[in-house]
Ligand binder design. Sequence first.
Ligand code: MLZ
Length: 265
Amino acid sequence: AKESFSWEEYLKETSSTPAPPSFFRQSRVPPSNDFKVGMKLEVHDPRNSTSVCIATVMGMTGVRLRLRLDGSDNTNDFWRLVDSSDIQPIGTCEKNGDMLQPPLGFRMNASSWPMFLLRTLNGAEMAPATAFKKEPPPLSQNNFKPGMKLEAVDKKNPYLICPATIGEVKGEEVFVMFDGWRGAFDYWCQHHSRDLFPVGWCSVTKHSLQKPGNSVNLPKNLHVLTAAHTPSKPSRRSMPAPFRLPSPLPPLPVRKGVRGRRPKS
Ligand code: MLZ
């Protein structure tokens, strides 16, 4: 049996430090999840954010909801935090004088939307207003520094939260690197992205946290790497000894699809 991932050990092993919780756009005390599977709510269509749609809670993990737009197919589920400003109780839209819209890619003829809406809401269990928590305000400045550890949503597999490292900081943006995946899942995002969490978030909110992958994260500037830069005491996760760089060095795979040996999960 594989032992589960422990930040404490991993931080020691990698001699790294977590980004302070105050750097994240997350509540210091995580909200409670008072939703139930099957409840309906209003949400901004992620593919067309100006329109407000009806969605059903299809699943939950920690304080994240897996949502499906009513009238859409089952291939476009997406995730929102219980304190996301993208979600609101049913009735909010009408109160604001707006109209509920069919999702982009509505399964039926547009003319059947009004009747579909009536049917989908008839007898539906609506999420109570108390389940919607206030979104934390955006932070004034980007305080992240390269090397800081965090927990981040894997945008290619958005049900996963994985150990990650800040790779670069540029203005309002940060480059999120997933530990042990050789760059395959890395992305740039705003420092106040709701997909970034402080170390320990998953554990407190009871969301599962993936283990780092087992590929070595090769530095981008591999050509300047010499034997002198290789760790003298390799940790469990570094390359097996003897670690010799082939000469001449092969080019690093850069494009999607060229990456022939993508590490398996
Ligand atoms: N096993 C899957 C998921 C990997 C998730 C990595 N997250 C940083 C894959 O290899 O695509």
